[in-house]
Each structure stands twice: as C-alpha cells, then as structure tokens.
Design a binder for this molecule. Structure first.
Ligand code: 13P
Length: 281
C-alpha cells in the first residue's frame, strides 16, 4: 500500500470527511517517527520537505529516504515538495519519485502566479504527480527567517486561480501563519467556506502547529483536507532531547537517536488523532 499521489490521499479524505497530515521531515529520524506513527494509527500521511530547509537537509540525500520510506510503508504515503519556488528543484524532486509538488507563487501578482503554476502543473503531469498552489499569503515563513505579512485569500482570486490552472489542491490564507502564533489564532471560517464553495477542490491549511483540535475539526468540515505541520514536530524533538540530556547523566548516541524518533512519533501521532485520519488507510 505504499507510495501514492497526494491527490489520491486527499480525495479519499474529502470523500470521508477527515484531514490528512502533511508532516515536514528533515532527517532519517523524523521520517522514521512519522511513518511509524502513521502505521500504528493505520492512517494515510504525506511526508514533505520544504525547499527552504534543503540547505540543512539536502534533497539528494533526504529525498530518496522519503521515497523509500513511503514505498515500504504499510499505509498510503504521498511524498511532497513544500513551497517549491525553483523549477530546477521541483524537477529534481519529481525525478527522484516525489508524487506531489507545491509551487508557491503567492508573493506574485495573480496573473504571474497563474502562469508559473501552470508551468509546474505541466511538468508534474509528465511524472504523474499532483500539485498544490497558493493564493493569498500565509503569514510568517517556513523557516522563521522572514516575517511575512498575511494576505487573506480573496474568493474571486481563488476562483480565477483555480479556473486558469486546474491545480489539484489549493493552500489558503484565512488567519493561519507558519511557525509560532504570536497571538491567539483567529481563523476565518466563513471565508474558508466561501472559497471551498467557489473552487470545489480540497484545500490546504499551512501553519498547523499551535491550532486547537476544535480549529482543526472546523477547518476540515469547511473544506481543508491537507494540513501542514512542521514547528510542532521539531519543537517536540528539541524539548524531548533537552529533557533526556538533563535527566540522564551519560547519554550514548543511539539513545539520543531514538529520542528524536520517539519525539517525532509522538507529535505526528497526536496530530493524526486530531485530524481523525486513524484507521482510514
Ligand atoms: P508550521 O511550522 O506552523 O506547522 O507550518 C508548517 C507549514 O505550513 C509548512 O508548509
């Protein structure tokens, strides 16, 4: 039941009314933790690598591990490039077996975003892969290096973007931000419903870390079917490693190594539960 396309897992979620977690991974340990959490919950998942993080975790090393882990998994796993901006990197990911890519043209004028997204869709189709686009702009940045201001998605822009691209999934900005929320998140559910009604396709929520289970459930019922989570996983890894090192006098490498896997497992598992994708594999 191994490597599948993102369109496939998300379509099943859309039909059955749950959300699929799209978990950013940065190492072998985070991949192992995420896959084990999905297998234990009998849940489909998406493993994703963010282009901006490839300076830490090079695609030529991380990518084949993600694809191989997906191929060997006991549950359906899609492998996705998150926030792709460079055609060369998108092409590289597709060539190594990624089954989905995002082109993020959210910073561009609408026409330009449509044009570039169409190019990526054409390329992805050659590999049988799915696509994600973004309209409006999610606040924060995937690696916290920029303080990007949020631009709430306009219904007419989402509609025009979808009509002119035919993208498989669409990331929206409805008050969600990447990284740590500086104040209590206030998601615009009414806007989300209007966007869903206008485009029909499954929608994507970026900035999943820090939202409540009730936010997740409402988002899912209003049309979100792919939920991206990164900060929660990495923060849990740091927290668990810090506590291991402070509580245990002598820690060998493999105890530390297992601690990273377990921390990723714990965080991914709790999100799978919140998204209600358990037993849906
Ligand atoms: P968080 O780091 O806020 O969970 O966001 C992840 C994300 O949206 C990646 O695209």
């Amino acid at each position: 039941m191994p490597l599948v396309t993102m369109k496939e897992v998300v379509a099943r979620a859309d039909h059955a009314g749950y959300g699929v977690g799209s978990f950013n991974v940065v190492s072998m340990q985070t991949i192992m933790g995420a896959i084990k959490a999905a297998e234990d919950a009998n849940s489909p998942i998406i493993l994703q690598a963010a282009e901006v993080r490839l300076k830490h975790s090079p695609l030529n090393l991380l990518g084949p591990m993600m694809v191989e882990a997906a191929r060997k998994a006991k549950v359906p796993v899609a492998v996705h490039l998150d926030h792709g901006s460079q055609l060369e990197i998108i092409k590289q990911a597709l060539a190594m077996g990624f089954t989905s890519v995002m082109y993020d043209g959210s910073h561009l004028p609408l026409e330009e975003n449509i044009k570039k997204t169409r190019e990526v869709i054409k390329l992805a189709k050659e590999y049988g892969a799915s696509t994600e686009g973004e309209i409006g702009r999610v606040g924060g940045s995937e690696d916290s290096s920029e303080d990007i201001e949020m631009v709430i998605t306009q219904v007419k822009d989402a509609s025009s973007f979808f009509q002119h691209t035919g993208v498989d999934t669409l990331a929206v900005a409805i008050g969600n931000v990447h990284g740590i929320y500086k104040s209590e998140p206030k998601l615009q559910f009414q806007r989300l419903m209007e966007i869903k009604q206008a485009v029909g396709i499954p929608l994507v929520l970026h900035g999943g870390s820090g939202l409540t289970n009730s936010d997740f459930r409402r988002c899912i019922s209003c049309g979100i079917k792919k939920i991206n989570v990164q900060t929660a996983t990495l923060t849990n890894v740091v927290r668990k490693v810090r506590s291991l090192l402070s509580e245990t006098k002598e820690v060998d490498y493999f105890t530390y190594h297992q601690c990273v896997i377990d921390a990723a497992y714990e965080s991914v598992g709790s999100h799978i539960e919140a998204f209600q994708s358990g037993n849906q594999a």
